[in-house]
Write a protein that binds this ligand. Structure first.
Ligand code: ZN
Length: 174
């Protein structure tokens, strides 16, 4: 595995639509393994392939809603599609490609995604809260959409400072 450089918002690749994954081969596995390492190193909750310069429909999402005593785990989603969404949440959101900035984005409270795994098998997964937000945020990346395009407003420096003194779950970046 190797760390890959996380591109920032200024990179044109972050604003392009990504192509589907069609070959479930070693090259894909290498990309995914590198993305795992890069996400973990950056301490983020999600990462999309275009953030590391690969314009393909692959994302990682950290499932943080786990029973007490269990570790969060990373879900690999290839060619993900949101097939159901309900409710609404209205929280601060960040992105590893937009370091240090946060904005208020309205997202569904609960989201179900259909995707393929490394073997090309289809599966469905449902996430709530931060996980639902993260599914939406990462799928947006595959369409070339960065959260700043959707934010109702960006947080001020004072608000970010105040937030970092509170519950840290609101300031995780994906
Ligand atoms: Zn992002």
């Amino acid at each position: 595995m190797a760390l890959r450089k996380i591109l920032t918002d200024e990179d044109p690749g972050l604003h392009k639509k990504c192509r589907p994954i069609t070959a479930f081969n070693d090259r894909l596995f290498q990309l995914l393994d590198d993305m795992h390492e890069t996400l973990s190193n950056a301490d983020g909750v999600g990462l999309a392939a275009p953030q590391v310069g690969v314009l393909r429909r692959a994302v990682l999402v950290l499932e943080t809603n786990v029973p007490e005593g269990e570790e969060p785990y990373v879900i690999e989603l290839l060619n993900p599609e949101i097939i159901a969404a309900e409710g609404e949440q209205h929280e601060a959101e960040g992105c590893l490609s937009v370091p240090g900035e946060f904005g208020i984005v309205t997202r569904p409270a609960k989201v179900t995604v259909r995707a393929q795994d490394r073997s090309g098998n289809f599966f469905e997964v449902t996430g709530e809260g931060l996980t639902a937000r993260c599914f939406c945020h990462e799928v947006d990346h595959l369409e070339g959409i960065v959260f700043t395009d959707k934010a109702e407003r960006m947080l001020t420096e004072e608000e970010i400072k105040a937030m970092s003194g509170e519950d840290s779950s609101e300031e995780e970046t994906d």
